[in-house]
Design a protein around this ligand. Structure first.
Ligand SMILES: [Zn+2]
Length: 103
């Protein structure tokens, strides 16, 4: 597990993106550098109750979040955090996850 998750930041105007883009939607720049964000605010929760072809599927919670840098992304949730909660982001493999920030 790696703390934070990767975003791509435009070298010209510093706008951050996820996922990676070919062109910056703000200044049309073509050069990006990776950066990391570590926190996000939960906007909405969904529960995936079934997955085609998976027999022993356990319901999983996913969250639409807005990162501290402004990107709207979907992450897997590892606890009972809900809308309005701030979570910390981390990566397992290449997938982004979130869980409640330690108080
Ligand atoms: Zn830009």
């Amino acid at each position: 597990m790696t703390p934070g998750m990767t975003i791509w930041r435009c070298a010209a105007c510093r706008t951050g993106f996820f996922p990676e883009r070919l062109l910056c939607s703000r200044c049309h720049g073509e050069t990006f550098a990776t950066d990391r964000v570590y926190e996000a605010l939960i906007e909405e929760i969904s529960i995936i109750r079934h997955m085609l072809g998976q027999e022993n599927w356990q319901p999983r919670r996913i969250a639409s979040v807005r990162t501290s840098d402004g990107q709207r992304i979907t992450v897997g949730l590892r606890d009972e955090s809900g809308p309005g909660d701030t979570i910390e982001l981390f990566e397992e493999g290449a997938a982004p996850f979130g869980r409640a920030k330690p108080k």
